[in-house]
Each structure stands twice: as structure tokens, then as C-alpha cells.
Design a protein around this ligand. Structure first.
Ligand code: NDP
Length: 333
């Protein structure tokens, strides 16, 4: 019966904060969905840098032990009492809170999931929900990129970066990307970067000044944080926008307002959660992502697949900058 099959599932648990090795595969009981909830058997789980922050304790999990993971696609195996609009067998995707995606099955609030179009492979969907909706809100709402703009994208070969470059190019922007290696540069070029800067070999501030004839860019999408923040400010044109949306190298140092005053700059530190907290925003963001997969604007790079039990290896590879594009975990067996 469904209740017997739901009794125990395999899930990654974090009992103490720390390195990738603190993630252990264990049997956990997940129970039955309550009012407004569904149970989902995951087909593929997206790995995101935010999972690293929670594992390390940079962001605080609500309780310990916890199961990491904020993105998955799976099949609905049970629906809570009285719930309409979702059925057993539906393929659904989710990205964001609640945490707990690194598991064979999980309970989710029905309002947090979206249906996955049958044209989109579930593994692709799981690798693009969180990253793709991030690209959507960054390019379309946080700062609205238009044809003729010049944008700078750091970590251009990363999960979010790859999607940002492809999408910004399709919007008609001139795209400048930074990466750490020449292999990553080749991928960023394929993804629509007009100019790629290998940041270990050249100063991105100097190169951006050259490329833009000293004028600077309209917007910098900066997910690297500490190592790039100051340079990103310097790359902006007058009244430019610094969208600081991550901290893969650590949190940037505090910035005095006078640093913005010199060029009347805008600075924002946005989060996907505040851009998809309303149901219609979530549906619109996911709809644009799936639409852009269907019409070929986004070629999703699922470059790394690991069994769920190897989540620690996936984190280790992500943190040491070995990965490009998206990473997914596939529940074992
Ligand atoms: P990525 O695939 O982009 O991986 C991180 C990349 O950052 C690395 O591959 C590396 O690229 C670059 N990097 C630069 N310095 C470091 C460093 N010191 N340590 C590790 N990596 C470094 O990850 P994701 O696509 O999952 O996420 C990208 C960023 O976007 C993260 O910071 C994440 O937190 C943020 N994010 C924010 C969201 C929001 O709502 N605000 C939502 C989603 C993601 P290279 O080697 O080329 O420099």
C-alpha cells in the first residue's frame, strides 16, 4: 500500500555542519501528506550552491539534523486529504523552500510545485528549475535587460551563469562573461558570450573597460561576491546596476554609500524566494523557463550526474570549481 511504501525512504542527512563528508545517506520516515500537501518520489534532484551554504552553516537551517536540497522533479505518489488539482502520477517540479530534496521521496506543499510539460525531460527540468527561474528574475525583473545593453556575468560557465549568458544574448544584449579556465571559456562562448575573460589570466576590470571603450556596462550579475565585488562596481557605467546575487567566494565586505555616489549606482542583493513567493510569480517564472527550453533559447547543460549517495562528491566538485553547467543527483535504484 502507499503507506507501507512511504514508511522509510533514503535521504541525505546533515547531523553536524561542515565539509561534504557530513552528508550521510540514511533511512528516514516521511509519513503521509497532510492538508494541502503532496508526496513526491523524486526522479532527479538539482544541486545548487545554496545547498553548500546550508551544509556549511553560512545560511542557517531551521533545525539539525536536516536534509539539504531545494530543487527536484518527481512523480506524485500521494495527495493530502481534500486536495484538488494534483493527482497521483503527475510529474511536478519544485524549487526553493522547504528544504529536503536530497531524498528518494519528500512531502511538499502543493502550492510550491508546478507541473512539468511532457516535452521536458524530468532530469533537465530538475537541473533548471531553480537556476532557470533565477536567470528569469535577474534578467527580466531585478534589472530588465534590453537589446543594446552590455551585461557582465561572473562565473559564466556555472549553472546559473550558463543560463544567464544564453538568455541575455537572446534578449539582444552584448554579453561579457568571466570564467577561471580556458575550458570554461569555450563553453561560455558557445552559450552566447560575445567576450569571455579568463579571470586568472587577465584583469576583468581592465578588459571590460577596453571592450566598452571606457564606458562600462549597464549591469553586472555577480554571484562570486567577495573576490569580484569591488571590481564589479568599477565595471559599471554611470547609473549602472550591481546585482549581487551570490557569494561563491565569500560574503563581500561592507560597502559605504559613497562608493555608489561616485557614479549614482544601484546595488541590490536579491533572492529568488522574494521573486517567486506569490503563486502567479512562480508560475510565470517557471513558464518562461520551460518556454525558453521549448523554443531553443535555453540549452540546458546537465553536465554532471551523481547517484544520491554521492551527494558529498557533487558538493566537493562544485565547491572546488570543477563543474560547469548543472549538477543533478539521481536517487539510487
Ligand atoms: P555555479 O555552477 O555557478 O558554481 C560556482 C562557480 O563560481 C564556480 O564554478 C566558479 O566558476 C565560481 N567561483 C568563483 N570563485 C569561487 C570560489 N572561491 N569558490 C567556488 N566557486 C567560485 O553554482 P550555481 O549555479 O549553483 O550558483 C551560482 C551562484 O548563484 C551561487 O553563488 C549561488 O548562491 C547563487 N544563486 C543565488 C540565487 C538567489 O536567489 N540570490 C539563486 C540561485 C543561485 P569559475 O571557476 O569559472 O570562476
Amino acid at each position: 500500500t502507499s503507506s507501507l511504501s512511504s514508511a522509510m525512504v533514503k535521504a541525505i542527512r546533515v547531523h553536524e555542519l561542515g565539509g561534504p563528508e557530513v552528508m550521510k545517506l540514511e533511512d528516514v520516515e516521511i509519513g503521509e501528506p497532510k492538508d494541502g500537501e503532496i508526496r513526491v518520489r523524486n526522479k532527479a534532484i538539482g544541486v545548487n550552491f545554496i545547498d553548500v551554504y546550508f551544509r556549511q552553516g553560512v545560511y542557517k537551517a531551521a533545525s539539525i539534523p536536516f536534509t539539504p536540497g531545494m530543487e527536484a522533479v518527481g512523480v506524485v505518489t500521494a495527495v493530502g486529504p481534500g486536495l484538488t488539482g494534483r493527482q497521483v502520477g503527475d510529474i511536478v517540479a519544485y524549487a526553493g523552500f522547504p528544504m529536503g530534496a536530497y531524498a528518494e521521496e519528500q512531502i511538499l506543499p502543493a502550492e510550491k510545485v508546478v507541473p512539468v510539460p511532457s516535452s521536458v525531460d524530468p532530469v533537465v527540468a530538475a537541473s533548471v528549475m531553480l537556476k532557470g527561474m533565477t536567470a528569469q528574475f535577474l534578467l527580466r525583473r531585478c534589472f530588465k535587460v534590453e537589446s543594446g545593453h552590455t551585461v557582465l556575468v561572473h562565473a559564466a560557465a556555472g549553472g546559473v551563469g550558463s543560463l544567464l549568458c544564453q538568455w541575455a544574448n537572446a534578449l539582444g544584449a552584448t554579453v561579457i562573461g568571466t570564467v577561471s579556465t580556458s575550458e570554461k571559456a569555450a563553453q561560455a562562448k558557445e552559450d552566447g558570450c560575445h567576450h569571455v575573460i579568463v579571470s586568472k589570466q587577465e584583469s576583468f576590470v581592465e578588459r571590460v573597460a577596453e571592450i566598452t571603450s571606457g564606458e562600462g556596462v549597464e549591469v553586472v550579475y555577480d554571484s562570486v561576491g567577495k573576490d569580484t565585488f569591488q571590481g564589479s562596481l568599477e565595471c559599471l557605467k554611470i547609473r549602472g546596476h550591481l546585482v549581487c546575487f551570490g557569494q561563491s567566494s565569500g560574503a563581500p565586505d561592507p560597502v559605504p554609500l559613497s562608493a555608489l555616489a561616485v557614479k549614482s549606482l544601484f546595488l541590490t542583493r536579491p533572492s529568488l524566494m522574494q521573486y517567486t513567493s506569490k503563486r502567479d510569480e512562480l508560475l510565470e517564472a517557471a513558464g518562461e523557463v520551460f518556454g525558453n527550453i521549448a523554443n531553443g533559447v535555453l540549452r540546458v547543460r546537465v553536465n554532471h550526474k551523481y547517484p544520491l549517495s554521492q551527494a558529498g562528491q557533487a558538493h566537493s566538485d562544485l565547491e572546488t570549481r570543477k563543474t560547469t553547467g548543472s549538477i543533478v543527483l539521481i536517487p539510487d535504484g
